[in-house]
Design a protein around this ligand. Structure first.
Ligand code: GLP
Length: 246
């Protein structure tokens, strides 16, 4: 069992810089191209902005990684702006010129979700490891789209999204109707293969679930509690996010 390293920052700008430092050190520690999981959401945006700026200012090593998708909506057509693959492409992957062959992404439009999820698992197996999993935290403790009820050894699979998660996601796209009902996600068991994990948390609305993540017994009702048993976990958050921790 590992004890997470907690890093508290002042604000979003400092958050972006501190997460970018962690990312930059982590990818430089791995000699052959590391596999890195990156999440969507509002939380990582200051970090992506900072990494893109550093890259454009000459830190060219910042694109020496292979991107592994954390999750994806199910049933959206190619090119849809809501695709997480498109979102990540806009915010970080295209500005860093990450090649398509270095992007392991879900096919949202697949008619064979089982086969698609098995393909992602196989890609991870062939690589042999996930070097770094950078993840966000859902208000109900979901990681990726591992909703409450997700087993600690769950694999990459199709998920029915909870109403709570769909409502939270509607902030990205404007209305609940714009949020698909199903998704695919790396499993908790899959994420446990990560050699290092960084959890990013911003805001008062995440304070309670962050506290529960670290203090409640490890359980399927709060998928994020798996982090208590994970080695090499770092949590970077702002003062508001850490405000309920003793
Ligand atoms: C979404 C994503 C997660 C993300 C989480 C938090 O549902 N599937 O990967 O980490 O919600 O998002 P936000 O950073 O916008 O709070």
């Amino acid at each position: 069992m590992g004890t997470p390293t907690l890093i508290e920052v002042e604000d979003a700008e400092q958050f972006g810089a501190v997460v970018a430092d962690y990312f930059s050190e982590s990818i430089q520690q791995v000699s052959n191209k590391p596999t890195v999981v990156l999440p969507t959401g509002f939380t990582p945006l200051p970090f992506y902005k900072e990494v893109v700026e550093r890259y454009q200012n000459g830190e060219s090593y910042l694109n020496k990684f292979k991107y592994l998708a954390l999750d994806e909506y199910l049933g959206l057509p190619e090119g849809d702006h809501r695709l997480f693959a498109s979102w990540l492409s806009r915010e970080i992957l295209s500005p860093l010129s990450i090649l398509n062959e270095d992007r392991i992404i879900f096919d949202s439009a697949t008619s064979d979700t089982e086969g698609e999820c098995a393909r992602i698992e196989k890609a991870i197996e062939e690589k042999g490891r996930i070097d770094l999993a950078i993840i966000g935290l859902g208000s109900n403790g979901h990681i990726g789209f591992n909703e409450p009820g997700s087993h600690q050894d769950s694999k990459t699979r199709k998920i029915k999204l909870t109403l709570e998660t769909r409502e939270a996601n509607s902030e990205y796209w404007g209305s609940l109707e714009d949020v698909p009902t199903h998704a695919m996600t790396l499993g908790i068991g899959t994420l446990k293969k990560a050699k290092k994990t960084l959890l990013m948390v911003l805001g008062k609305h995440k304070a309670r679930i962050l506290k529960d993540t670290l203090s409640k017994p490890v359980c399927v009702d709060i998928p994020s509690t798996y982090l208590q048993n994970q080695e090499h976990v770092t949590i970077i958050g702002d003062r508001d996010a850490f405000s309920e921790m003793e």
